[in-house]
Write a protein that binds this ligand. Structure first.
Ligand code: SF4
Length: 340
């Protein structure tokens, strides 16, 4: 039993058993907390936290509330924080869900910001709920309100327990080793962790060395293992060293300071017209549907098209689906531990 592991840390601990959350919450986390409050408040008929949000945040939360009601299918949605505590086997921390539909064995979680995997965090909520209700399966529905996307995770008791116990065991292993990953920026240890510091130091040393860059490139390219390590080191250098420096330098100039050889460049935001402007113009100009769609670029993303059909309760005519050319991207294999 761990005294400190929170439900929200499980996805990060799954990638690095040494991860430790930064206790100081940033602006993104604070925004998330305000939106959670507004979401739960609206579900209980309390509008004050919702009214304190910006227009854009209100749109996102309103979408989440409507989607939660759609998912609940007229069943009661519990959104009183006092009733949403979750005690999970293997964790001593008591989690708090955003909302729950007991009748459907289902939890709802509002997520703001970039979509990420919350699979292990939700496994912990599912496990706690299954243990409490003596059920074998539980569903967790994530409402990514900024993107208006819904993700469903479904767990059996065994599966959820395996995830939670496995992660807790590795985090409590006295021989655990750090493994750099996408969450290093959120880890309180990042400024002294060898997985982050070493690549930065090595990259700086390579740049400052006397050897020609062409020679360094050639040597690196000749050895795929070294190439993989250099790419990982460079991405840590970029994310954990260069980006924070750039952000600080920009702020310095914004605050009126000077930075020899650097200046701020202002770019005018791109012009756009919202839904009301488009519909008003279409009505005023008696535009046909075909003209309107052509003016908007002619096609619609598959996801938006399918969601639109779902709202209209119309089956998608699959023979009309088309696919653009595949894109091949180079991404890090986060599960591979070979580069530790
Ligand atoms: S900074 Fe180190 S300890 Fe923290 S998540 Fe990254 S690799 Fe793990």
């Amino acid at each position: 039993m761990s005294a400190t592991i929170r439900h929200s840390a499980l996805d990060k601990l799954d990638l690095c058993p040494c991860f430790e959350s930064n206790p100081v919450s940033g602006p993104a986390a604070e925004r998330g907390t305000r939106m959670d409050l507004a979401f739960r408040g609206l579900l209980m008929g309390e509008r004050q936290p919702f009214l304190a949000l910006s227009d854009e945040e209100q749109d996102s939360v309103m979408w989440a509330v409507q989607t939660a009601k759609d998912v609940a299918c007229y069943h009661e949605i519990i959104s009183d924080e006092a009733l949403l505590k979750v005690v999970t086997p293997h964790l001593s921390h008591v989690g708090t869900e955003d909302a729950r539909v007991e009748a459907l064995c289902l939890s709802l979680d509002l997520k703001s910001g970039q979509p990420r995997s919350y699979h292990k965090q939700q496994a912990a909520y599912a496990l706690g709920n299954m243990a409490r209700t003596f059920t074998d399966t539980w569903e967790c529905v994530l409402l990514f309100c900024d993107q208006q996307e819904v993700v469903h995770y479904r767990y059996t008791y065994e599966e959820a327990e395996q995830w939670v116990k496995g992660i807790v065991d590795s985090a409590n292993d006295p021989n655990k080793q750090p493994c750099a990953n996408e969450y290093c920026a959120w880890c309180v240890k990042k400024d002294r962790c060898q997985q982050v510091v070493e690549p930065v130091v090595q990259t700086l040393a390579a740049v400052e060395s006397e050897v020609s860059l062409a020679e360094v490139r050639q040597n690196v390219l000749a050895d795929p293992t070294r190439l993989a390590k250099v790419m990982k080191a460079a991405s840590i250098f970029e994310k954990e060293f260069l980006k924070p420096l750039k952000d600080a330098a920009k702020q310095l100039l914004l605050d009126g300071g000077s930075l020899p050889g650097w200046k701020l460049q202002h770019q005018t935001g791109s012009e756009y017209f919202d839904r009301i402007a488009i519909v008003s113009a279409a009505v005023a100009g008696k535009s046909g549907l075909d003209d309107l769609v052509t003016a908007m670029g002619g096609d619609m993303g598959g996801k938006a098209y399918r969601e639109w059909h779902e709202k209209m309760r119309l089956p998608v005519q699959e023979q009309h689906a088309q696919r653009k050319g595949d894109i091949v991207k180079l991404v890090e294999d986060k599960k591979a531990r070979a580069l530790k």
